[in-house]
Design a binder for this molecule. Structure first.
Ligand SMILES: C[S@@+](CC[C@H](N)C(=O)[O-])C[C@H]1O[C@@H](n2cnc3c(N)ncnc32)[C@H](O)[C@@H]1O
Length: 261
């Protein structure tokens, strides 16, 4: 996996347009997040931290779960996504305003905004493949209360991922040189064994995993001038995967859960 790790700072692939179309582009990821949150069964009154909260869609769904006696804090590195979260949920003049949610620009590796032993749950939906997990998991552990739970979702590094292979091949073509880095949005998807190592290294106990089948393609973060060609290139590659059952795109989401004993 090492050769496909995205070395760029994460916020570099975000732009105003991709932030605005996030919910539409990332429907699959939101479904995955809802699956993971249902598993957690977060009770009323809980205090939750949403790492890499994006425009705040799941953050607010969790805020509805915890009710007025609980709270959810969302942090994200992306300025444009944070702007949308603040405008949508923290403007008292709009109906979607939520009093039990807070948002802040912040880095998952450095949670100095938050005290030790503070949250009942730390949730990271489709974020940990961007992170230095060794460092970030220690920060998550620190801010969780004893007995608190951490849940994360990502693509499974244990499974072949057609999406990643196609992206890698298309983006390495000469046409893209000078527009994007060949490694753009090619992530370091962890295996279960990687995650066990990072969980135990940070002090977590009682790990469990669940796999969820999926498919995803995401190119709105490409410069607009090359998006049409990119769609055509990706479509042609996906077409090669057509079978009697339609186009089969192999990839598997992984959800992972651990507790602070
Ligand atoms: C695929 S999006 C998921 C957004 C949200 N969790 C959801 O499920 O809708 C990944 C998010 O992680 C954020 N992110 C990546 N690296 C981060 C970091 N080091 N600290 C905070 N947020 C980060 C990105 O800006 C992006 O909004």
């Amino acid at each position: 996996m090492a050769d496909i790790v995205n070395k760029q700072p994460t916020s570099s692939f975000e732009n105003e347009k991709s932030a605005q179309s996030y919910n539409e582009d990332c429907e699959d990821q939101l479904k995955l997040g809802r699956f993971m949150i249902r598993k957690l069964n977060i009770p009323k009154g809980a205090r939750v931290l949403d790492i890499g909260c994006g425009p705040g869609t799941l953050t607010v769904e969790m805020a509805d779960d915890v009710g007025p006696t609980g709270s959810v804090s969302g942090i994200d590195l992306g300025k444009e996504r944070m702007k949308i979260a603040l405008q949508t949920y923290k403007n008292p003049e709009v109906d979607s305003f939520r009093s039990n949610v807070s948002f802040a620009l912040g880095d998952a590796h450095n949670l100095s905004l938050f005290p030790d032993d503070h949250f009942d749950y730390v949730v990271a939906n489709t974020v940990i493949h961007f992170l230095d997990r060794e460092k970030a998991f220690k920060a998550f552990f620190r801010v969780l209360k004893p007995g608190g739970a951490f849940a994360a979702s990502t693509m499974s590094g244990d499974h072949y991922c057609a999406f990643l292979e196609i992206k890698r091949e298309v983006q390495s073509r000469g046409y893209y040189r000078g527009h994007i880095e060949p490694t753009m949005d090619l992530f370091d998807f962890p295996t279960q064994s990687d995650l066990k190592k990072h969980f135990s290294g940070a002090g977590f106990r009682h790990f469990s995993f669940e796999l969820v089948p999926s498919a995803v393609i995401y190119i709105r973060s490409f410069p607009e001038s090359i998006q049409a060609t990119a769609w055509a290139n990706f479509e042609a590659e996906y077409e090669k995967l057509r079978t009697d059952r339609g186009i089969v795109v192999e990839s598997v989401w992984l959800t992972a859960y651990a507790t602070k004993a």
